[in-house]
Write a protein that binds this ligand. Sequence first.
Ligand code: NAD
Length: 492
Amino acid sequence: MLSRFVSQELIDCLNFVGGNWLKPSEELSQIKNPHTGKAIARTYRSNAQDIHKAVVAAKAVQKDWAQMSVRERAHILNQFRGWILENLTLLSQTISDECGKLPKEAQDGLLKGIEILEFAISLPCSEKLYKIPVSRGVSCEYKREPLGIVAGITPSNFPAMVPLWMIPNALIVGNCFIWKPSEKTSITSLLIAEGLKKSGLPDGVLTVVQGDKVTVEALCEHEDIKAVAFVGSTPVAKDVYKRATAQGKRALTLGGAKNHIILMPDADKETTADAILASFTGCAGQRCMAASVLLAVGEVDLIINSLVDKAKEFQPKVNIGAVITKESLNKLTTAIGTAQKEGAKILVDGRKVTIAKEYENGNWLNPTILDNVSPQSFAAKEELFGPILSIIRCKNLEEAIAIENKNPYGNAASVFTTRGDVAEFVSENASAGMIGINVGIPVPREPFSFGGINASKFGHGDITGEGGIEFWSNRKKITTKWIQQKSKNWMS
Ligand code: NAD
């Protein structure tokens, strides 16, 4: 399916506008397979003119799309759901090739995307479209309307799942969607656009514009784009929120994270180490829900020792994928060195990697566990975005919560305990939008929405579930009064 995009041995990451594949104005860079270091794709930057072309194409069809019955829109999304399931292997492999995670991890992300599609498809059955009589002859009802043309900007770590947080809900309510994928993982966007076209989506309803900062700024500035959703790092999320809202647009921008796990001495000895290991090593730690800091309360060495033994057994490419770029790898190895200088003890050093010759140029970092990390240190405070776990030793639960509360982010926080009162205390007091009780990656299932708080999110509401429907639409309140004629002559 990708062969049609290949020129001079590289995949060309083109724009998809009005159902046609177009070359954006400027060449940008290359995507290198994180497992091998080999260049696999050429990327482009769309400028303000490219964005305008995209908006014109979307505008030409938006009203027709909005007037199509919701049942027909749901049918197309359902076809697309089937297309993803039929092409799961190709999609998972493509995601793995461009962003480094293991194919199984890529598949899990796609299946999470399917959940959001299913939510959107079920909208005609699940929307609370109630109409209530107010007084004789008068009723009030809701009418949900699309915003028109909307845009979504997505990060490199989930090339399909995060766009699928946005696209189904934006489309089901009748918007045309302009998507700017990450320039580091643009290949998947070619497949998703093809899949939606094959599923019967009318040309122009989904537009893909490739690019970087320049493209994002042009999207924020275009007056016909009514809403902007963003997922990525916190500084950019903050900036995009400011830019979009300054132009009067609705905006919801999700940022980075620094997720804490509280490990209590009463935690289950059999299962806890595995759950913590999966949380900080899955997708090579490049998840906004990954554990980053372990707040070890009291005597928990049995579990930590087990965690260390299991982490040491990891093999790159088998148990853990690669990090996305050489720059990311260098940042992570430097951070480990800094942590050591700041007094941390390295329990597991992931910089020591043995790998087959053909993968020697890949960006490999094995699980790394740092102990006795100071709450004031770089490793404790910064989002490292790699398979590194920093252990901070705490005297009691109050101290652990105080450290968690000080971190500016607010995506996820988890506790491992067998005590209900401890779990209740953490869920009440942790400063995160998504809480895990004996769950290392507490991503809620749909229809429970996804969304953090504090510096992990700018704007109101959640990105999926009902939050997504609210974000991508207006809810009009209609009050109607019909006056019955005294004559009761129904035919005049
Ligand atoms: P990033 O912020 O570098 O890029 C995200 C998007 O913004 C990309 O499309 C990119 O092209 C664009 N962009 C980059 N710099 C920009 C700028 N200066 N101005 C405007 N646009 C710009 O993030 P990334 O490295 O692709 O993804 C990893 C980050 O995303 C991590 O911080 C991770 O925690 C976060 N993330 C958050 C969530 C969440 O739900 N909160 C989910 C996934 C990833």
